[in-house]
Design a protein around this ligand. Structure first.
Ligand code: NAD
Ligand code: ZN
Length: 266
């Protein structure tokens, strides 16, 4: 095992409180494109031109077509070894908070796989699975792809239905008649208050922060990691490319999440 992974493993094992902060890269090995990497473009649009309230007001059909395409990709993907390793680790030790910028549901589905494995190994009793899943639930800073929200009354619902974006008339509607919108945070919108509060509270007291697969370019989410660094917590980064955190990182592990995390989180 490379020294840097052994060092990260030691720091993570000895820190009483750990924040794990994930971005699009943790899901890349599952086949979900990051926005900036290869395969991150849809038709000729950039994410920044579709993921905005203005784009939805102008052309909700186009925006729903894009989200329908993204839902289809995510539904056809499986959690990878990184999602499962994070969830397993959170189920077996105390003091870990997972904060994600992702809108996919792979952390949750990885937790289902981790809980099943622990039941099979006799480490979690059947029925205790529910509590195990709760322990591994992520704090979501940017909402969820499989949640829709009414643009009129604000009602939210879990929504895994395929979207018919063939015309404006076929788009999903609320019982109040309002047009539903994807339950994600768009560029220019504020982040959910409760999730921000929980993320910064955990970051402010964590002795270690493990950053996985995020360039650290999307604000204000990116500041969560700095909150740990500012009070003296150790920052560790797992990413094959450069990130905004490389300079403050105590350990930078250049590698893929699905290969590194099962070794680092033991
Ligand atoms: P980003 O696209 O800016 O950065 C992705 C990072 O992942 C890069 O640093 C890249 O080097 C790294 N990476 C690529 N493959 C990796 C691997 N196998 N293991 C580890 N790291 C890998 O993504 P971001 O920083 O998360 O910001 C983009 C925004 O877009 C976020 O708000 C995010 O919610 C959203 N987004 C979400 C998804 C998703 O939910 N899966 C996908 C695309 C974008
Ligand atoms: Zn409504």
């Amino acid at each position: 095992m490379p020294d840097v992974i052994a060092e990260a493993r030691r720091l993570l094992a000895t820190a009483p409180r750990v924040l794990i902060f994930t971005g699009a890269g943790v899901s890349a090995e599952s086949g979900i494109p990051t926005f900036r990497g290869p395969g991150g473009l849809w038709k000729t649009f950039r994410a920044e031109d579709l993921a905005t309230p203005q784009a939805f007001a102008r052309d909700p059909r186009l925006v729903w077509e894009w989200y329908g395409w993204r839902r289809g990709i995510v539904a056809g993907c499986r959690p990878n070894a990184a999602h499962v390793a994070i969830a397993r680790w959170m189920m077996l030790r105390d003091g870990v908070t997972l904060v994600t910028q992702n809108v996919d549901d792979l952390h949750e589905r990885g937790a289902v796989e981790a809980a099943r494995a622990l039941v099979a190994e006799g480490l979690v009793v059947a029925g205790g699975e529910r509590a195990a899943l709760e322990r591994a639930a992520p704090v979501r800073l940017h909402g969820a792809l499989f949640v829709s929200r009414c643009s009129h009354c604000g009602a939210e619902r879990n929504d895994r239905e395929p979207v018919d974006a063939s015309s404006r008339e076929t788009l999903p509607r609320c019982s109040c008649g309002g047009l539903m919108r994807p339950g994600v945070v768009w560029f220019g919108e504020s982040l959910p208050e409760d999730a921000m509060r929980r993320a910064f509270a955990a970051a402010g007291e964590a002795e270690a922060c493990l950053v996985v697969g995020t360039a650290g370019a999307v604000h204000p989410a990116a500041a969560v990691v700095h909150a740990t660094a500012e009070h003296g917590g150790a920052v560790m980064v797992v990413d094959p490319g450069p990130t905004a955190y490389d300079e403050i990182a105590e350990a930078k592990i250049v590698g893929k999440a699905g290969e590194v995390l099962p070794e680092a989180l033991l």
